[in-house]
Write a protein that binds this ligand. Sequence first.
Ligand code: WQD
Length: 351
Amino acid sequence: MKKILVTGGCGYIGSHTIVDLIENGFEVISVDNNSRSSARILEGVEKITGKKVKNYKVDLCNFDDTFAIFQENEDISGIIHFAAFKAVGESVEQPLLYFENNMVSLINLLKCVQEFNVPNFVFSSSCTVYGNPDQIPVTENTPPKPAESPYGYTKQMGEQVINEFSKAHPTKCILLRYFNPVGAHPSTLIGELPLGKPANLVPAITQTAIGKIPVMNVFGTDYPTRDGSCVRDYIHVCDIASAHTKALELLLSGKSKKRCDVFNLGSGNGVTVLEAIQAFEKVSGVKLNYVLGPRRPGDVIAIYANNDHACQALDWSIKYSLDEMMLTAWKWEQKIQTDARFYQNKSAGLN
Ligand code: WQD
């Protein structure tokens, strides 16, 4: 069984990817310092897969601690690197925190990849590298624009670091550019655990619907789009997860055509904020309490993916619809409200 190291394995996309990897025959270990995640999410992973996943509670910014993981696991066939801070707004307020955390952790990891000759490396990137694109849908050849935030710059710089690393070392790399991951595993045993007041649309919708937030803001309805609200490419987190397994399988097959290939992970459909709200109201039966507010600084007007390259080269396809994204997100919100004690703790609001 091939062993895969997943960094950020207790996080939203990391935990869903671990489920998919196990279901496809991989052995998985996780490294996650749980500063912004709950190690208990791996109990949900175990309930779904029947497999207990070991998590190394290590900060990747600590090189010695990171190195020790590789000394203990010299048979790692591949790494999927999720661990990073990802709150756009926070990155604007605390740029050095983001540059240090997201870049030092990546470089420490790559030093270990080099030292232990890890053959395959998959990087969690983001559509944020495209900025406000001139043309949509965007392909992987759409030129990157200046990022809208320090978070976005850490993804752009991360891609460059990995690209240059792959030219100098035999490790084969893949960069996966996520659009807007939403929803939860159909079992309702794992899902997103946003810290504090959610910045992202779908957790804001579900927390408003369940009454955790009294009213939700629609940030801007005067954009040059079909209904005035921003357009995004929402994609179910399980579709994102399956693409990671497919990316690793491509690398392990030796058939990857490039030393460092890039893939857009989007559904290929542009959906406005108001359309997303309407889809939620339809599947949940809940009338959402929202107000039409001013634009949010830094928001991209419209972006969605051309995902042909990922579908063809990864033999990947989208399985979940917008309705299923909203329904699974809603079921998960209802679940964590009833199990709030399970996910709460003193420090980061999670355990
Ligand atoms: C989507 C749309 C908001 C909340 C960010 C990161 C991106 C990725 C996903 C990590 C926008 C509107 C939102 C609300 C609203 N993260 N909105 N009311 O900004 O597209 O992408 O998260 O990789 O890198 O940039 O996602 O969900 O925050 O916003 O109207 O309460 O929903 O204005 O138009 P975004 P989002």
